[in-house]
Design a protein around this ligand. Structure first.
Ligand SMILES: Nc1ncnc2c1ncn2[C@@H]1O[C@H](COP(=O)(O)OP(=O)(O)OP(=O)(O)O)[C@@H](O)[C@H]1O
Length: 256
C-alpha cells in the first residue's frame, strides 16, 4: 500500500520547473531511495512532501488522503518526519530537549494545563522525556541527553537529528543526505541504523549521494534528473539503467 504518494507533481520557480509531472510512492514497509545529480529536484521533493513548498500542479497523498496545502506542522503531526541536508537542531537546547520538542506533537494536553503545570501535565512531561530518552538510546546518543546540541561533534548531531525525528513516532521518515560528512565507518553504522528504523515499522525515503549506502539499504530506487523521473526499480536495475548512467556521467553508456 502507498503510504505517501506524489501524483503528477509540478513545482515551478519562475521559469524553472524544479519538478515536472513527477509521480512515485513510498510503500508500506519499504526503504525507498531517491537519487539524481545535483539540482535534480530531490530536496524539492522533500519540501513538497512536508508542505514547505506548494506544488503548481498535482497532488500529495498520505495514507490515501490528500495533504496538499496542509501546513508543515500538520503534516508532521500526521506522521511524516524529516531530517535536513544541513543539520537543523535547536542548537542551544540539550539533546533530550530536542527530542522532547518533537514528541510534543503527540501531546494530549492543552495550553491551560501547560501554563498551570497541572499534575497531569507534569506526568505527561515525564512521559515525553522518557520517550525522548528512548529515541536517543535507540540512536546511540543516550548518554549525551544533557549535552547542549551545539556542543556535540558533527556525527552525533546527525544521530541526534534522526533521534528527534524518531521521537515523534512517525509513520514515514524522510532522510536528506544523512551520510553527508560521515567517514566510511560512520556511514556503515548509519546503514545498520536505517535498517533498524525500518524494522520499527517506519517507512523511509532516503536521499543520499553515497551510492554504497543507497544500494545497501534501499528496497527500491527512484532516479530523477532535471525534475523528471528517469528510472525506477531495484538497485540492480538502477545501476544498469542507461538513462541513470547518462545522467550521472553526462553521456550515454558505451555500447559493447
Ligand atoms: N526556493 C527556490 N527558489 C528557486 N529555485 C529553487 C529553489 N529551490 C530549489 N530551486 C532550484 O530547483 C532545482 C532543484 O533543486 P533541489 O535543491 O531540489 O535539487 P537537489 O536534487 O536536492 O540538489 P542537491 O543534490 O545539490 O542537493 C535547482 O535548479 C534549484 O536551483
Amino acid at each position: 500500500m502507498a503510504e505517501l504518494e506524489l501524483r503528477n507533481i509540478t513545482v515551478k520557480f519562475g521559469g524553472l520547473s524544479a519538478l515536472s509531472n513527477l509521480s512515485f510512492s513510498i510503500n508500506s514497509g519499504e526503504v525507498l531511495g531517491l537519487i539524481g545529480p545535483n539540482g535534480a529536484g530531490k530536496t524539492t521533493v522533500f519540501n513538497v512532501l512536508t508542505g514547505v513548498y506548494q506544488a503548481t500542479n498535482g497532488d500529495v497523498l498520505f495514507q490515501g488522503e490528500s495533504i496538499l496545502g496542509h501546513r508543515p506542522y500538520e503534516i508532521f503531526s500526521k506522521g511524516v518526519a524529516r531530517t535536513f541536508q544541513n543539520i537543523r537542531l535547536f542548537a542551544n537546547m540539550t539533546a533530550v530537549e530536542n527530542t522532547m520538542v518533537a514528541r510534543h506533537c503527540r501531546s494530549r494536553r492543552g495550553i491551560v494545563s501547560a501554563l498551570f503545570k497541572t499534575r497531569s501535565q507534569q506526568e505527561e512531561e515525564r512521559f515525553i522525556r522518557e520517550k525522548g530518552q528512548e529515541a536517543l538510546d535507540f540512536m546511540g546518543v543516550g548518554k549525551f541527553a544533557d549535552t547542549v546540541a551545539s556542543n556535540l561533534p558533527y556525527g552525533l548531531q546527525r544521530r541526534l537529528e534522526i533521534a528527534r525525528a524518531i521521537a515523534s513516532e512517525p509513520k514515514v521518515l524522510l532522510l536528506d543526505e544523512p551520510a553527508a560528512g560521515m567517514n566510511p565507518s560512520e556511514s556503515s553504522e548509519l546503514m545498520k541504523d536505517i535498517s533498524r528504523i525500518s524494522d520499527l515499522g517506519i517507512d523511509i525515503l532516503l536521499v543520499e549521494h553515497d551510492m554504497k549506502v543507497v544500494m545497501g539499504v534501499c528496497n527500491r530506487i527512484v532516479c530523477v534528473d532535471h525534475g523528471v523521473k528517469i528510472a525506477e526499480g531495484s538497485s540492480q536495475d538502477i545501476q544498469n539503467d542507461p538513462n541513470v548512467i547518462e545522467a550521472y556521467l553526462g553521456q550515454p553508456a558505451a555500447a559493447d
